[in-house]
Design a protein around this ligand. Structure first.
Ligand SMILES: [Fe+2]
Ligand SMILES: [Fe+2]
Length: 204
């Protein structure tokens, strides 16, 4: 379950109807009963959701989209602390263990009837990026890295937060660069979709 594509593409003016799970997360911060994440992880997700709320408001999105953006923040790590075997059975063979929770969460939401492809793609690729991400997915990718609770790059990340959402494209490039550099510094490989995400962000 790793082939999420945006069915509507960027610029669509027809937001999908809100699924009850998305509405519960987006309006009340309530996670599905199958969520598996520790309290500190929920606090991280709440900080991501807060950035999504502020950015979606500041760019003037309609109320229904703001609910979707906030829901993405609360939901993105909902399976972060689930057993690897369970995540693997949801996400399929094409993901390394540390990334499984993202496609697994999207797959689990889809099993429950969520059909919001932009939201599912954003959650599935919140760690890796993806060239088909729309504004929601790009902002989730940025918010996940920029939320104020992380204990590293404090000043740089605060400076980047302060430039959002006005300088979306520039901040996105900076965040991709930082996230990729952290992987490269640890000797880890980059996934194809991450490289394509970077290439699209810099316009090549
Ligand atoms: Fe995550
Ligand atoms: Fe996260």
């Amino acid at each position: 379950m790793n082939n999420y594509r945006s069915s509507e593409g960027e610029g669509s003016n027809v937001p999908p109807e809100l699924h009850p799970l998305v509405e519960a997360a987006g309006r009340r911060g309530t996670l599905p009963e199958w969520a598996a994440c520790r309290p500190e992880r929920r606090e991280h997700s709440a900080r991501v959701a807060e950035l999504m709320a502020v950015w979606s408001r500041d760019i003037g999105l309609p109320a229904v989209d703001r609910v979707r953006w906030v829901a993405a923040g609360h939901l993105h790590d909902a399976l972060k602390d689930a057993p690897v075997e369970a995540l693997r059975s949801l996400a399929g063979p094409d993901w390394p263990d540390p990334l499984l929770h993202a496609p697994a969460c999207a797959a689990r939401l889809e099993m429950d009837g969520v059909r919001d492809e932009e939201l599912l793609l954003a959650i599935a690729h919140h760690s890796t990026g993806h060239p088909d991400l729309g504004a929601l997915g790009e902002c989730l990718y940025m918010a996940d890295f920029l939320e104020p609770g992380r204990g590293y790059m404090t000043e740089e990340r605060a400076e980047l937060r302060g430039r959002m959402p006005a300088e979306h494209s520039e901040v996105l490039q900076a965040v991709i660069r930082h996230r990729m550099a952290r992987l490269i510094d640890r000797g880890l490989s980059l996934r194809d979709e991450s490289i394509q995400f970077w290439n699209r962000a810099v316009g090549s």
